[in-house]
Every structure is written in structure tokens, then in C-alpha cells.
Write a new protein. Structure first.
Length: 290
């Protein structure tokens, strides 16, 4: 384990210019990163098998699900070549996990039902690491929160986009993006108001992990956004509306006039004076002399 303080090393920018690259507050042990990569790669490989993709599709989804979060993070930060490509063993681990999934699909499918024990802490760890690196690279708090969320959930995001379905990150169901956002927000705000960066790092990881585990084991989740509009309608209906007196309702007054006094044709004009008015007889004929 490296020092928990912030250290600075010399590196190369994405465009080739030398720059000082800050290192993360906490250096993750290699076996933790390898376990997270294996878990994500197996999940992506199973997804490719369900979608009936070929070998290249299985390998692509394994890499996307296992290394996608780091790829998105390093690309957004422009911190040189992504770690997924510079680290010697990351890509081989993802591809080996894909091969094992192809050969032992029934066994892997059974084992992945228990991978939430690794998935939840991994998502928490990489969400906070992404936000930590973003802050060290000078991003403002809101930008660091976004990078942290994508760092923790980018693998599933890329896998969903690769198979052409709406990302699970944005769909109702289990807590994924919400859990990452909660922990990352606590970490970013805590580091802005306190100097104890490591304590807030641990707190953020614990929050993301706890929410994710509660979602997977207790069924916690979020509903569609339209539920919020229905809630607002119910709140508006609950607001008492004062009654308006009848005398100041012109539309109802006019309508009542039309209903109680319907329009009738005007009466016939009176006959001119000095002229006898002809009345028809009982049989409808005019009197003689008319």
C-alpha cells in the first residue's frame, strides 16, 4: 500500500507534453483491481452470450464491462494513455475471464449470482477513485462528481450501448447510478470542507457499497420519472382552493341566462293604423273583400 498522502509524479499528457500527474489518495492493491476486472468481464461475457454475439463480441463486451469505467475516467481527464492499456495485466485478465466464461458458461452463470459481494465494493471503490483523481486534476466539484459516477458505472454503460439497449444506469430498478452519486457527492463535499481526505474517501466507499448491497439484497430501487409528475399532481390536488361567489363568475352567469331564458324569435311588428287587419277564417280562407 502506497502512502495515503497526495503525491506528484512526472508523466505524459495525452498530446505528448510533459506534465505533473497527481496520484490518487489511496493506491488500490493489484489483487483488488484484478478481482473487479474479472467480475465485470465475466458479466459482460455472459451478456454477449445471451445476445448471441460472436467471439469478437464476447471479447469486446468483456473488455467494456471490465475496464470501461477506467477508460471513460482517463479519457475525460486526458491523463495520458488509459491505465487499461498501459498496465501489463489488465487486458489479459479481461480476455482470460472472457475465455473462461465461454468454456464454462453454466458454472460461470451460477457463480456470477454471488458476484454482488465483489461488485458492490468495486463500484464504490472505483467511483471514489474517479472523483479523487478528478479533484486532483483540478476539476470543480460538479465535474468531479460526474467523473466519479462514470468511473464506477462506466463498464455497464458501455456494455449496454454496445448491444443497443437503454443503459441500465438510466433505467428504473436497482440502485446503481444513485448509489454512486450519493457516495461520490459525500466524498467531494467532505474534501471541500475538511482536510481529512482519507476519512472522506472511506466514507464515500462505504456509502456506495452499502446502498448497492441494500439494492441487490433488499430490493431497494428507483421508479420511473413519471412517478414524480404524478406525485406533483396529487400535491396540487391536496391544496385547498377557495370557493368563488356566484356573483363574480361571469361565465356561469351568462350561461345561466342562456339556459333559463332561451332566445325566441322577435314578435311581429304592429299593423299600420287605419288599416283593418285580416284574420283568416276557421277553414284558413280569407274573409270576403280581402
Amino acid at each position: 500500500m502506497a502512502s495515503l498522502g497526495v503525491r506528484v509524479r512526472r508523466g505524459t499528457h495525452a498530446y505528448g507534453a510533459a506534465m505533473a500527474l497527481p496520484e490518487a489518495t489511496v493506491e488500490v492493491p493489484f489483487w483488488v483491481e484484478a478481482t473487479a476486472i474479472v467480475t465485470g468481464s465475466m458479466s459482460g461475457s455472459l451478456r454477449a452470450i445471451r445476445e448471441r454475439l460472436d467471439l469478437s463480441g464476447v471479447a469486446a463486451l468483456a473488455v467494456a464491462a471490465g475496464l470501461g469505467g477506467g477508460l471513460i475516467r482517463d479519457t475525460l481527464l486526458q491523463a495520458g494513455t488509459p491505465v487499461a492499456f498501459t498496465e501489463r495485466w489488465f487486458l489479459p485478465i479481461a480476455l482470460i475471464a472472457a475465455a473462461v466464461t465461454l468454456v464454462l458458461t453454466p458454472v460461470v452463470r451460477h457463480v456470477t449470482r454471488l458476484t454482488f459481494v465483489v461488485d458492490a465494493p468495486s463500484m464504490g471503490l472505483y467511483s471514489i477513485i474517479g472523483a479523487d483523481k478528478a479533484l486532483l486534476f483540478g476539476l470543480p466539484p460538479v465535474g468531479a462528481i460526474l467523473v466519479g459516477i462514470l468511473s464506477g458505472t462506466g463498464g455497464s454503460l458501455l456494455a449496454d450501448l454496445a448491444v443497443g439497449v437503454p443503459p441500465s444506469l438510466f433505467r428504473p430498478g436497482k440502485l446503481r447510478g444513485v448509489a454512486a452519486a450519493a457516495g461520490v457527492t459525500v466524498f467531494v463535499i467532505g474534501t471541500e470542507v475538511s482536510e481529512n481526505r482519507v476519512a472522506w474517501f472511506i466514507a464515500g466507499v462505504v456509502i456506495v457499497t452499502a446502498l448497492r448491497l441494500a439494492s441487490l439484497t433488499l430490493g431497494w430501487g428507483v421508479g420511473p420519472a413519471e412517478n414524480l409528475s404524478g406525485l406533483s399532481e396529487q400535491m396540487l390536488r391536496a391544496i385547498p382552493v377557495p370557493s368563488v361567489p356566484e356573483t363574480i363568475r361571469p361565465r356561469r352567469i351568462l350561461g345561466r341566462v342562456h339556459r333559463t331564458a332561451p332566445m325566441t324569435p322577435p314578435p311581429a311588428p304592429p299593423a299600420p293604423s287605419g288599416e283593418a287587419r285580416s284574420e283568416p277564417g276557421d277553414d284558413g280562407s280569407l274573409p270576403s273583400g280581402a
